[in-house]
Design a protein around this ligand. Structure first.
Ligand SMILES: [Zn+2]
Length: 278
């Protein structure tokens, strides 16, 4: 009997002891997203996952927890770790190393009103920034996406993610999305299952649609000539969000496709690559 009690005690200890967890070593580059599948630190995990002091939504399934890890374009290349935290207990589940990455450069000329803002435009820009902040806060616990993400259009990429830009020989910026060549009126398709959280005309990206895919992942489609969806619509794979155009700050008709994960604009290609294994 004593042995049985001791055995039960040991078993219950080992199932709740977080300190024996061996953390994963992961490397990531600025502007990248990674999908990590880690051994669950505890069955039916109810705690929080925090990376670089930011809480990250996760999915627990079949002994693994899945999280998206996103590194900002503006990374200081400082390593950090991810922790699982439950009540008073805390365990490091992953150590993250950041690798350097170089980005290309391009010069563009756009309508000077889109570079030197009027008072009225500045007011609009600030109002839209607030609106977008709320949109991207979203509901992070739900998971809508299903399987790999896909490109919104099959076409030539005219400006890749991360390109450093000089507007009108004066203003520096970074292109934190991907531009695709798109004739006016081309159907633009959603990258994965999700929910429409914005369908509006914005100063920079013109007619814009934003989709919440859950687990902290959003995609945005800019410069549309026509928006075909409204806020709250459920999108399935292949659904059309609108038609391509040249609204907002543009040099000509094209699609701007943006991917935001945990508040950072990341390279859509890395999201597709990482979710191909799903
Ligand atoms: Zn763009």
């Amino acid at each position: 009997m004593k042995t049985l009690i001791l055995l039960l005690f040991l078993v219950s200890c080992s199932s709740t002891n977080l300190s024996s967890y061996t953390p994963y070593n992961v490397s990531i580059k600025p502007g990248e997203v990674k999908l990590l599948s880690l051994k669950t630190p505890r069955k039916n995990a109810k705690g929080k996952v925090s990376c670089n002091n930011q809480e990250i939504p996760y999915l627990e399934n079949n002994g693994t927890i899945s999280i998206f890890l996103a590194e900002t374009y503006f990374s200081k290349l400082k390593p950090f770790s991810c922790q699982y935290i439950e009540k008073e207990e805390k365990v490091t589940i992953a150590n993250i190393k950041i690798e350097k990455k170089a980005f290309p450069f391009e010069q563009l000329s756009v309508d000077r009103k889109k570079v030197f803002y009027s008072k009225k435009d500045l007011k609009r820009i600030l109002k839209e920034a607030k609106q977008l902040k709320l949109v991207y806060k979203g509901n992070k616990k739900d998971v809508f996406f299903n399987g790999p993400f896909a490109l919104p259009i099959k076409s030539k990429v005219t400006s890749i993610y991360g390109t450093k830009r000089l507007f009108n020989n004066n203003k520096n910026s970074q292109h934190l999305g991907t531009d695709f060549r798109a004739k006016l009126g081309t159907s633009i398709r959603v990258s994965n299952v999700g929910k429409v959280v914005l369908a509006d005309d914005l100063f920079f990206s013109g007619n814009t649609v934003i989709i919440d895919h859950g687990l902290g992942v959003f995609t945005m489609y800019g410069h549309l000539s026509k928006i075909s969806v409204k806020v709250g619509d459920q999108m399935n794979k292949g659904h059309v969000v609108g038609l391509s155009g040249m609204s907002g700050r543009v040099t000509g008709p094209h699609l701007h496709w943006g991917v935001k994960v945990h508040g950072h604009w990341v390279d859509g290609d890395s999201l597709i690559l990482e979710t191909e294994k799903l």
